[in-house]
Design a protein around this ligand. Structure first.
Ligand code: ZN
Length: 147
């Protein structure tokens, strides 16, 4: 038996004499052992292992994914604002109709104001949905790139 030092966690790992590969029992890293000369060995992390670790680490500390989450949140809030706007408009319309009948709808000032509120609210809803779908698509392709 010989002992090699794990380059990942720096613990000593026992390996069979002459073996060129061992798995570190402490951190699970795949270690390639290269004997340069009698008694002198070079221990290196197996390359795929290093890359796999890097990939696993990315989503944990990922400011890009965080940004996507923020945009997704913004999209949901935009849709909510639009829905609330339309609800408020409908409520105020119902109130006006109960108080004054339908004729008030023909008043230019009210017509302009209500269609403006309607347009802005619809804009929020449509914009929110478009943004949400766009962000969703971006997240999916981003995740594909990671895996
Ligand atoms: Zn180790």
């Amino acid at each position: 038996m010989m002992e090699v030092k794990c380059p990942e966690c720096h613990s000593m790992v026992a390996a069979e004499d002459g073996s060129d590969f061992v798995v570190c029992p402490v951190c699970g890293a795949d270690l390639d052992i290269t004997e340069i000369e009698e008694g002198v060995t070079l221990v290196s992390l197996r390359k795929e292992e290093g890359e796999r670790k890097k990939k696993k680490l990315v989503p944990l500390d990922d400011s890009v994914a965080e940004d996507y989450m923020k945009w997704q949140m913004a999209a949901v809030i935009a849709v909510l604002i639009g829905v609330v706007g339309i609800l408020l408009l409908a409520m105020s319309m119902a109130q006006e109709i109960m108080q004054f009948g339908f004729y008030f709808l023909q008043q230019p000032r009210y017509a302009v104001l209500s269609s403006l509120v309607m347009l802005v609210s619809l804009g929020f809803i449509v914009g929110g949905i478009v943004l949400y779908r766009y962000v969703r698509k971006e997240i999916t392709s981003y995740e594909d790139r990671l895996n």
